[in-house]
Every structure is written in structure tokens, then in C-alpha cells.
Design a protein around this ligand. Structure first.
Ligand code: CIR
Length: 259
């Protein structure tokens, strides 16, 4: 059983943090519709969608991925790199405490969940404008007792590690090689995104399918050619806020719950 935690698009979305994208007018109603379609896609691949209470005054609250790292054994509540986002974590912690023992990243460290990519027992952590060495060091200490290997990864040109690379199949990553070095992940195989779609590496593998933004059809085709089942989800308005498909949910496998 998979639970997907989501949070409503805030009416203040247009005041979101932006790092690499220029601010553009945002249609919040369209973003709300995209988010509903995304939640339908999650349900379509077998997840039970559970909403964290909304935070209308927090522009980036919809991007719940950044507020926690959920593993089978524990969940780590992050300390987001953008100070405007730190108030997002309290309600997420309350919700996650239903499913996992919680740990947390403490001041002065910063870490965004979007920088954390787990592949088996290896946890790649992007060193980015949001995640610093102190945050990575804290996560390493928390996870080494659980037998995870934490591997710091340099990220350039994009917001988060998972803007540059995600896991789309067993032993198969999807990546933009201009933002992250594919050799870092050897022996995993790396499928490059289409050159015309630099932001397409952010895909969500769930329930035997891969959810991808509908505005990345060329990369979706590459995934299908690799034998993967692709589920497109409209995400153009959320992309203006630098959000993708991993960042709008926290995936919590519930069959691993401790008795
Ligand atoms: C931010 O800059 O924090 C938000 N506007 C976008 C966060 C996207 N998060 C993600 O990809 N994990």
C-alpha cells in the first residue's frame, strides 16, 4: 500500500521562491487544476492520496517533497534552505508522525527533500543552493546507523538533485547530463533527457509506472522506448514555480510500518 501525501496549491503561489526561472504571471486556478490531475494520476497508479492541511499563506506549500525525506525505517523532517519555506514543516511532521518515527535536520544545517534520491540502500544528496554540507553531514549520521550509504553529489544549473536525475526503473536513472555527472551513479544506467527538454529528468516512478509532465513528450517517448509505462500529467503552471512531479508529493509505503 502506498500513501501519497499532498498539500493544496496556495492562493499565494505567485509569490513562490524562484532560483533559476524568471518570474512569470501565474494562473493559480490552472495550477489547482493541474494539481488535481496530478492527484488523479497518483490514484491511477495505485496510491491513496492523503492531504496535509493547507497553508494558504505559504506560497510553496504544495511542494511537500522538500519538507521531509521518507524512508522505510524513519522520516527526516528537513530544514529547507529557503527561510520562507521553514514554516511548512510543522504540519508535515504532524502528518508523517502517523506513519514513521521522526528525526529532523537542525540549525544551522539546511536540506531540501528535492535534493535526496534514494536508490536501494544508497542515498544520493545534492549539494545545491538549498542543501549545504552541514545538512548533508546530519543526514549522513542519521542514516548510517540504518545501513544507508550517503553519497554527496554536486549539482549545477538547476534547483535540486532531483531536477537533474531521478530513478525510473530498476537500475535505470533519467538525467540531464549538463546538470549532474552520470558517472557519479555508476554502475547504474543513465538515460539522458531530450536536449530540447532540459527540465525533463524530474519523473516520479510509482506503482509500476512513471509519471512525467505532459510538456516533456520527447523524453516521455524515450522512456516508453525503454519499455516503461508512462503516465503524463499536466504541470506547466507549476513548472513556472520551478516545481515538477516529484515535488508535489511525499510517498509513504505503508506496508513497511513497524507493528
Ligand atoms: C522553491 O523554489 O522552493 C519552489 N518554488 C519550488 C520547489 C520545487 N521542489 C522540488 O522540485 N522538490
Amino acid at each position: 500500500m502506498l500513501v501519497a501525501l499532498t498539500r493544496a496549491v496556495s492562493p499565494t503561489l505567485a509569490e513562490c521562491e524562484l532560483t533559476h526561472a524568471a518570474r512569470q504571471p501565474m494562473d493559480v486556478a490552472r495550477a489547482v487544476a493541474e494539481h488535481a490531475a496530478y492527484e488523479d494520476a497518483l490514484r491511477g497508479v495505485g496510491a491513496r492520496v492523503v492531504r496535509i492541511p493547507p497553508a494558504p499563506e505559504l506560497p510553496d506549500a504544495v511542494f511537500v517533497e522538500d519538507t521531509a525525506v521518507v524512508l522505510d525505517e524513519i522520516a527526516v523532517i528537513t530544514r529547507p534552505g529557503a527561510s520562507s519555506r521553514r514554516a511548512e514543516t510543522a504540519a508535515v511532521a504532524t502528518m508523517l508522525s502517523r506513519y514513521r518515527t521522526l528525526r529532523s535536520i537542525a540549525e544551522p544545517g539546511t536540506l531540501d527533500g528535492g535534493d535526496v534520491l534514494r536508490v536501494g540502500r544508497t542515498v544520493y544528496v545534492g549539494r545545491s543552493s538549498r542543501t549545504d554540507g552541514a545538512g548533508i553531514a546530519q543526514l549522513t549520521i542519521l542514516l548510517e546507523d540504518l545501513d544507508y550509504r550517503v553519497v554527496p553529489v554536486e549539482v549545477t544549473g538547476c534547483l535540486h538533485l532531483k531536477s537533474a536525475v531521478t530513478e525510473v526503473g530498476d537500475g535505470l536513472l533519467l538525467a540531464n547530463p549538463r546538470w549532474v555527472r552520470p558517472e557519479t551513479f555508476a554502475p547504474l544506467e543513465v538515460l539522458p533527457v531530450s536536449d530540447a527538454e532540459p527540465g525533463a529528468a524530474n519523473a516520479l516512478r510509482l506503482g509500476g509506472a512513471v509519471i512525467v509532465p505532459a510538456h516533456h513528450p520527447l523524453t516521455a517517448r524515450r522512456l516508453e522506448d525503454a519499455g516503461l509505462r508512462v503516465v503524463p500529467a499536466p504541470a506547466g503552471e507549476l513548472a513556472k514555480a520551478e516545481g515538477g512531479v516529484t515535488c508535489c508529493s511525499l510517498i509513504v509505503p505503508t506496508d513497511s510500518l513497524a507493528a
